[in-house]
Design a protein. Structure first.
Length: 379
């Protein structure tokens, strides 16, 4: 156990108000000690994020006539969430249907004419073979028959085009209905009846790009930034404990999904995806969180021996990378000392350089301390 010294004495000089502190004694780490199974190797902060989230919009630009969603509403896949003005689309659909009817009528007419001409052509062919009609007369009959056959082929192509146009018109009419792409919860209602929506932002603030935002609550996970100096302590599948800032006493079992394989050079951090094993309605997108990455059984068994001394983590002011600062008591004065940090073990911090066993360090409001501060050690 770390010894906390308590001496009812006043230290310091001058008339400045004394700052109350407590004192912890640095204890040596047992030889061969390492992180215990389930011990916290590293803490990181971040947010709850949704891996599956979409702004629901129409494929076309149009005026909204109905919005059928509200924030917090659960929707199913392909559920109608809004409608656009479909008057032009319905008119185009009616026109396409009429054009198809016309093309089919012309095809039937061409087929009848072609069928009626066939016996005439065959009779003329027999007469020409028997020299009962002139060659010129037979050629004229055959040309007329061939033209009727061509007219049938053209009419068939016209019907195919009309059917394609009808399919396009039906799809355009269907595009005026906005549907949910997957089951989830509405988090943002972004449009009202009468507004214009477009899949492409038109600028100016008068055009919406969507009806609303839907989130798949089953896809929620944590996303935290880990300093690149400590990323070697994190790996996929590693157990973790997640705590929401809104519920700091609630420990949620979690695990590392993946370390995103790229660093942020401006912050010297890497993003880590953290899976949440527990599904609960209190866990919401964009909530702040903290994650404690734990030592698993293989890691604890194979971890290298930990050396140095152990002090309360509250005595350390974190610095860049694996460095920090502590205040050491020397006689009747405080001495600011830079230290090198090792593994975090629960509420305690391993110091691998800068402190020796038996050194006394200050605990309390470290922001008020410097080497000239008048202090009072209290129980």
């Amino acid at each position: 156990m770390l010894a906390i010294a308590a001496v009812g004495a006043w230290w310091g000089f001058g008339r400045a108000e004394a700052v109350p502190i407590r004192v912890a004694v640095a204890e040596p780490v047992s030889p061969g000690a390492g992180p215990a199974v389930g011990a916290s190797l590293l803490d990181a902060s971040g947010y709850v994020v949704a891996r599956r989230q979409a702004t629901v919009s129409a494929k076309i630009t149009g005026k909204v006539t109905e919005v059928l969603i509200e924030e917090g509403q659960h929707v199913e896949k392909d559920q109608v969430v809004g409608r656009l003005d479909d008057s032009n689309a319905r008119a185009a659909l009616d026109q396409a249907r009429a054009q198809l009817d016309q093309a089919e009528a012309q095809l039937n007419q061409a087929r009848v004419a072609y069928a009626d001409a066939k016996p005439i052509f065959e009779r003329s062919q027999r007469q020409a073979a028997s020299d009962l009609v002139s060659r010129e007369s037979f050629d004229n009959t055959r040309a007329s028959y061939d033209n009727l056959g061509t007219a049938v082929a053209v009419a068939e192509r016209a019907v195919a085009v009309a059917r394609s146009n009808l399919t396009v018109a039906e799809r355009n009419e269907d595009d005026t209905v906005v549907k949910a792409p997957f089951a989830g919860v509405i988090t943002v209602k972004a449009a009202q009846p009468g507004e214009i929506v477009s899949p492409i932002s038109a600028g100016g603030g008068f055009t919406r790009t969507g009806i609303g935002t839907i989130v798949d609550m089953d896809s929620l996970e944590g996303e935290v930034d880990v300093n690149e100096n400590f990323i070697n302590r994190v790996h996929a599948g590693q157990p973790a404990i997640l705590k929401l800032n809104a519920y700091p006493d609630w420990q949620i079992p979690a695990f590392v999904i993946a370390v995103i394989p790229t660093a942020d050079r401006s912050k010297a951090t890497l993003k880590v995806r953290v899976g949440i094993k527990l599904k609960d309605p209190r866990i919401l997108p964009e909530m702040g969180l903290r994650v404690a990455f734990l030592a698993d059984a293989p890691a604890a068994a194979n971890a290298p021996p930990v050396t140095g001394v152990l002090i309360p983590a509250a005595a350390v002011q974190a610095g860049a990378g694996d460095t920090g600062t502590v205040f050491v008591l020397r006689d009747d004065r405080l001495e600011r000392r830079s230290v090198r940090l090792g593994a975090r073990m629960g509420d305690n911090q391993t110091i691998i350089a800068g402190l020796a066993a038996g050194d006394r360090v200050a605990l309390g409001d470290l922001a008020r301390l410097d080497e000239t501060t008048r202090i009072r050690i209290e129980r």
